[in-house]
Structure formats: C-alpha cells, structure tokens
Design a protein around this ligand. Sequence first.
Ligand code: ZN
Length: 241
Amino acid sequence: MTSREDLERVAKRARELPLLQKASAIRLTSILEGHEALDPKTFDLAFEANWMVKAIFALHRRELDAPLVDRIAAAGAHFMGYTATHVDAWVAGWRGDISALRAIWPPAPNGFDTMDITEASLDGFARLGDRSEQLVDALVARVGAGPESAWTECLVQLGRVGIRAGERAARRVREGVRTQSKRTAETRERVLRRISSSDDQWQRCAICDFGKVVWEHSSGMQVTVHCESCFGIGFVPLTPA
Ligand SMILES: [Zn+2]
C-alpha cells in the first residue's frame, strides 16, 4: 500500500524534475553518480535515472565531452539491467560506436526491449548514418506490428535510411501501416516519398537535430519531439510535393 505521505513525496519530486532538467550536464551527471537525488524511498530509482540520462543526451548534448561521457557510462553500469542498457545506447551513439549499438538493438528475443532503449539506439543509428541491411530488417519487422506508439519511431527511421531501405521496406510501409492518426498518415507518405527517391532529391533539415526538436510544456518540462518540418526524418525534399 502506498501511503499518502509516499504519494506526496513523489508528487513533490515530480514537480522538481522540470527544474532539475535545466541544470547542466555536469550537474545531472553528478546526481547520477552520487545517487543523491535517487533515494528509492522518495522516488522510483530506475525511472528517475532513465529520465535523467535522456535529459543529458537529448537536451544537453552540446555540453558533453569524452571525459563526461565516460563518467556517465560508469554511473550507468550501477543501475538495473534495462536502465544500464538505456545508458549504454546513448553512450554508444555519442561515441560513434556502431558495433556496440548493434549489440543493443534490435534486442535479442529475451533482451531488454523498451521504448527508451529503442529511441536512444535509433538516435545513434541516425547520427552515424547507418543504412545496413541488419537495421532495415529489424525496422521492417516492427513497422505496423502491435501498438502504433511502439513502431512510429521505426517508421520514421526507415525514412532516415532513405532509398537504401529498398522496395521491401516501401511495400511494408504501404501495406502494413494502418492508422487513425492524421499525423502518422502524413509521416507514412513522407517516408514513402523518401524511400522512393534518390538522395540527391533531399537536403538536411535546417530546423532540427537529426529529426528532433525541443518542445516545452507549460509546466516547464522539456521533451524532444519529431520536427514538424521533416516529420522527424531529418531531411526535406528539394522540391515541394
Ligand atoms: Zn527537421
């Protein structure tokens, strides 16, 4: 049973998180290392660590350097399995370590498979420009299977891969993506256009960082979302539709 006192502590902590998010990458890393804000009595330890790591790499990326990322990697190793894997995925993407990333994603059948890990891994593949058959196979297998929220990121990633995703991927997107969402339907059309046209028909989107932009909620909480201009693909067509 959760007591009223516990709930109040958690609610207080949740109000503090948006403020903490604005702290520097160095400060957030120190918290992660010292667990000073991660007392399991006051908040779910894994939730907060996952939240903090994502804030560091998605919102404070420009503040990172190799020694700081080494510290984050070492801190990550102390957490529970899926949290450690989530940290590893962001670290591998930042370091440009494609083999480490491929060992994480796609997850083995009995491995840790969370939205956080998928998002961190795909961000890394996008930054490294990975267009391998292994990646495309995993994306094609997921797009259109299960709940939409679980595969939207994979759909967008096929758009990032572009023409090298091939006809097989285009067919999967055309036939497998059924949606009630206008936004997802528009994304599907943009992804199909990208897969079906050569790279020289596209240029890098000037608005976003590899398809993501920072969006601030009225509470002050910041999150990264897909860019409106390129649908999260990170490239825009040279000629309008
Ligand atoms: Zn964009």
